[in-house]
Design a protein around this ligand. Structure first.
Ligand SMILES: Cc1ncc(COP(=O)(O)O)c(C=O)c1O
Length: 372
């Protein structure tokens, strides 16, 4: 059996007519930059998420930069975040000449441990940046209450979690500003780079809209130092076609996750979703000892798997010297040795999910890898 990890080709074939027609419409109009599709997509994203403003941009990385620029993050400011995430989360903090301060994760949701945040706050702390890893929001009530107590801003890095919910609100409607990525392999992806910033704050929204066009407030007049951070019209056209099917795709991902958990429980540690939350399952990630052997075995059996992420950020060379003296972030370090993401997309069939489950179970038996 040949299983595809994200199956973008199948998705394109399914929606080909709509996607091709939308792209052709842009080509016919040649409105490649800030065309009407971009504005229509922003209206639809705001409606989908419930956020007052949805502002599209060039990538999930640039979305984080735009969020911090809107908040006027300055050199030497500190932003508390998780080390168990994609590099862009902390890289953008460093690009602002601010300092990422890493706080360890909860071992079962893989998200930042809100109970450890307060101890990391200093007089320089300006914001907390939780990541909704693998598709589910962090413990946002607890994070927001620490932020409120210490007068800190909250930026949600929702690159992996567009459409997930926390106590009835979408992930894009949490914190002061929330961001997402439309990288092709993300739950809602375009056909290149893309992203969006969400906020309910009028001032931030106005600033972000200027910042993504070089800080421009009037043609060739620049109020701020900004960036070239717009979403291409063609990417907006692709997303408009795909957004129509997205709710159904989320349901498909949730079905796959449910089936995986049903089949694998008792054999490996399956992912936990917080009560009152939904995940969009950017990844379905198991936690297991002897991970590398299982990974090898699954690849040989034709099951594509991936490790998100093999090294936490506080151990990366580029962040050398950033760690607080003598501190280990053990939960993140152990997770980086034990996590394994299984194929996840809304098109996996009953037979494919069954095949993956059986392969994982039989390999864990052979390798005796069951361990927390
Ligand atoms: C948690 C997280 N933050 C930020 C990003 C950056 O998004 P992009 O690749 O669209 O720049 C990613 C992308 O993988 C991500 O996973």
């Amino acid at each position: 059996m040949k299983i595809d990890f994200a199956n973008l080709q199948h998705q394109y074939q399914l929606y080909k007519k709509e996607i091709d027609a939308n792209i052709q419409a842009v080509l016919n109009k040649s409105n490649y930059i800030m065309g009407e599709e971009v504005h229509e997509l922003e209206r639809q994203l705001a409606k989908f998420t419930g956020a007052k403003y949805a502002i599209t941009c060039s990538s999930g990385t640039d979305a984080l930069l735009l969020a911090m620029m809107a908040m006027d993050i300055q050199s030497g400011d500190e932003i508390i975040t998780t080390p168990f995430t994609f590099i862009a989360t902390a890289e953008t903090i460093a690009l602002m000449h601010a300092k990422p301060v890493f706080v360890d994760i909860e071992p079962d949701t893989f998200n930042i441990d809100a109970t450890k945040i307060e101890a990391a706050i200093t007089s320089k702390t300006k914001a907390i940046m939780p990541v909704s890893l693998y598709g589910q929001p962090a413990d946002m009530d607890a994070i927001q209450s620490v932020a409120d107590k210490h007068n800190l801003k909250v930026i949600v890095d929702g690159a992996q979690s567009f459409g997930s919910t926390y106590k009835g609100k979408t992930d894009s409607n949490l914190g002061d500003i929330s961001t997402t990525s439309f990288f092709p392999a993300k739950p809602l992806g375009c056909y290149g780079d893309g992203g969006a910033v969400f906020t309910n704050n009028d001032e931030y929204a106005e600033k972000i809209k200027m910042m993504r066009v070089h800080g421009q407030n009037k043609r060739y007049h620049y109020k701020y130092i900004g960036m070239g951070g717009r979403l291409d019209t063609i990417q907006a056209a692709v997303l408009l076609a795909k957004l129509k099917h997205y709710k159904k795709e989320i349901e498909g991902r949730q079905w796959v996750a449910k089936e995986y958990t049903k089949g694998l429980k008792g054999h490996v540690v399956t992912p936990r979703v917080l009560g009152g939350c939904t995940s969009v399952w950017a990844q379905y990630t198991i936690y297991i000892g002897n991970r590398d052997k299982l990974q090898e075995g699954l690849k040989l059996a034709g099951v594509p798997v991936a490790v998100h992420y093999p090294m936490p950020l506080h151990l990366q060379e580029c962040f050398e010297g950033l760690n607080r003296e003598g501190e280990r972030l053990l939960k993140s370090e152990v997770a980086s040795e034990r996590v394994l993401s299984l194929p996840m997309n809304p098109f996996l069939t009953d037979a494919e999910v069954g095949f993956v489950v059986n392969e994982v179970i039989s390999l864990t038996k052979v390798l005796s890898v069951v361990e927390r």
